[in-house]
Design a protein around this ligand. Sequence first.
Ligand code: PGA
Length: 921
Amino acid sequence: MIDSAKSEFQLITYWDSEELKRQADFLTGIFLEVLEASPDADLVSAKRNGESGLAEAFARSHPEHLQDISNPEKLTQVLSIFFQLLNIAEEACAAKLRRDMEEQSDTREDPEELPMWTFRWIVHKLAGHCDPEAIRKLLSGFEIQPVLTAHPTESKRVSVLEAHRRIYNDLKIFNEQSRTVSEKNEAAERIRSQIEILLQTGHIFLDKPRVSDEVENGLFYFKESFYPLIPVVLSRLYRALKRRFPGERFDIPSVLHFSSWRGGDRDGNPFVTAEVTRQTLLRHATYIIDLYIGELTGLIRVLSYSRHEVEISRELAESLEKDARELPDFDAIASRNPYEPYRIKLAAIRARLKARRSALAFPNFEEILPDYAYSDSSDLLNEISIIRRSLEQHGSQSTADAWIRPMEFRVKTFGFHLARLDIRENSEVLENTIEELSQAAGQGSYLEKNEEQRQTWLEERLAAGGSLISENETYSDKTAEVLNTFRVVTWAQINLDNDSIGSYIISMTRSPSDLLMAYLLFKEVGGFVDGACRFSIVPLLETIGDLRRAPEILESLLTKEVVRKTYERLGVQQQVMVGYSDSNKDGGTITSQWETFKAQAEMTQVADRHGVRLKFFHGMGGSLSRGGKPTHRHIFGLPAKTLRGRIKLTEQGESISTKYANPDTALFNLKILTGTVMAASLENEFDPSPAPAEFIAEMERLSDSAYGAYRQLVETPGFVDYFRQASPIDAIAKLNIGSRPAKRKQTQGIEDLRAIPWVFSWTQNRHVLPAWFGAGTALENAANDLHHLALLQMMFSQWHFFNNMILSLKVSLLEVDMDIAEQYAQLCQDADARDRIFGAVKQEYDRTVNAVLKITETDALGQGIRRSAQAAEMRRHSLGQMNRIQIELLRKMQSGQATDEDMMQLLLTINCIAAGMRTTG
Ligand code: PGA
């Protein structure tokens, strides 16, 4: 445990503050020049006082450069850009750090000295336990699936994100030693112009995005990052294996797959209709073919081998003969490069793909697809592999590795589906659908049945012949819509690509019948083969109560015949989704983390008894308050034996752009994801170290006590009003950052409010309460007793889970500003409720800080987390300014005096604070 903790700490604690200051001063220095030259120059007090840049000025809390900006609108805009530039500087610094670490990984001789997530370390460990054959087997069991959700947590417009990317790229050029002075000056000029444009660009969404916009935005990451980088990641794994086992052959399987929720997540989003899902699936299907066609065109240019110089393999010669027989335009293709067999073969593959591409434009695609067009991506993969083997046969190994293997990796990863589209539906919607079908079929009310009766009825229906859906019946629009979605996904799985659909997820799963309903509906629309469902139907457990019942729900499910047949068909595997974010909102951070941890461990025991492998799908937000953590920390913190090489996890909103918008950052993130899953699985496999009973008992106690404190706060009379008045929640709902509404149902309480706006609001008003409230009560007593404190310190130093929990608390507490929070509290009109609630918050905050410092044996929150500490310090003053402007606007809004301009201004402050906090929440 300790060793891996050590290697991952390097990532958290090592930070070059001077380098960040340099980068930030460079960018903010240019910004200041742009401001001085702008028509608003008179608004800016451009007295530089010898300071080298705004960053330094702000860091020292001397904002004199901007003190003359009395116009809050201008100040919001200026600070927004200032924060954005700091974020870019931080990303550039982090990238440099990673390159340095990478360099070390490549040059160090002893793999033991490398961080655990590097492929060389992993292969070294594997070699200690397995022979190459066993390694091949182990590798083929890895399945790592990042899932891009459409969650509304990215408040930056695409144009603004693109501007950031350009600035980042030019900053990189500016920092490259090999660049000439002229090249550097040109890069700085481009940055200047980009900042100029940013200063005159609208920063918030004026219109609500459509689902199709969200889909298109997701495709950007496939084109710019995932498609180009997959071969880089897998080739590095391949090279690490070759380096350790020089004479062995390794066929690297597609360990990474991508999923998406964009166009498939119907939970509380009325705009995701069956038709939208169909369009999305077709868009994915055509997009990937266009990428392949583009790549083939490039390969045709490169592979100019002449028949007179090389002898191609027999299988390639035969496949060319097959092309000659099957392709209508083969003569034209062959006559273009008559002596260049690889070019002919690649052009033939392209022709087959083009035929598929053209057919996809028609609604009856499956009927008009010509025989020679590929109907399955495995046919395409086979043909590409024939080319690679032929090249290897005549000694062109480098060409095979550099040009053809990357395409093989891509086809294995993206197939003909690009991303596996998950469908998510709320259990209540399915209940209403079944109710209507049951009533219409004369089978009485479904809703009136208890759980046992529901299960019996559903199982009978699943076993029975005949259909519940009648062609002659007219169903309500809602029911018709749900049924059409089942039909669309079944059509896609059969006709587009076997992997076009990922899972069918049921949010707010409370009991086994919630899943059986989906099985029944799939059976009704032809989604079954030999008594098994074609789809992986997945429970999403996301309240504390449901997480506690999780083992029981799973036990019951795994005994159902339809579930058994289905998991057997899907490789004896059952997927379960665990919701970190909603459980955090329901039970507070400590209890949510503990219950999700325990539920996974206990469900794994249940599944083991049934001989089923579980694949956990981690539904985490980007921020700590929504269960998010840096990926490597999250993965190492999972309970022993629950990972086993298989994981699915959500990537959301701003974390998607932060992690994957720039290719070098994206490469690192994909590698660390792959590497940590492999390393942590190996640790589980070869050195499982379940947490000692003493740690478990202590966590139980802490969780109970934290839960009590958290629930007491949210149930305090007046709490809902406090939240509504002392935060910008009502304005956040108007932000237009996602296609879906902020609430599942239009009620005033917080129960139906989604976790995202909940956390977003607490982040803006600087309470950041969901990330820590309750922890102080739980930890304080223990930390005050010396014996107990020693136990907590031991847990911190020896147990990933607890270490993560405490570090996350530390980072979150740094984001809190109690003085500013108190000013927001003043907006709460009921003085009594305000004093009680803010008083409780303040006391709990002090308790939490004290306990965390004692457990981590540090004197200040920032100690040991220099990067977060520097980030907080650089922004502290300016964020405070922004918060104060927001408070005034909220006050105006509450008194009914806010104009349309004020409302717009309020939205801008939200955007600006999100940039400053580096998260919406
Ligand atoms: P959800 O997501 O509201 O879509 O379930 C919650 C979250 O990610 O915070």
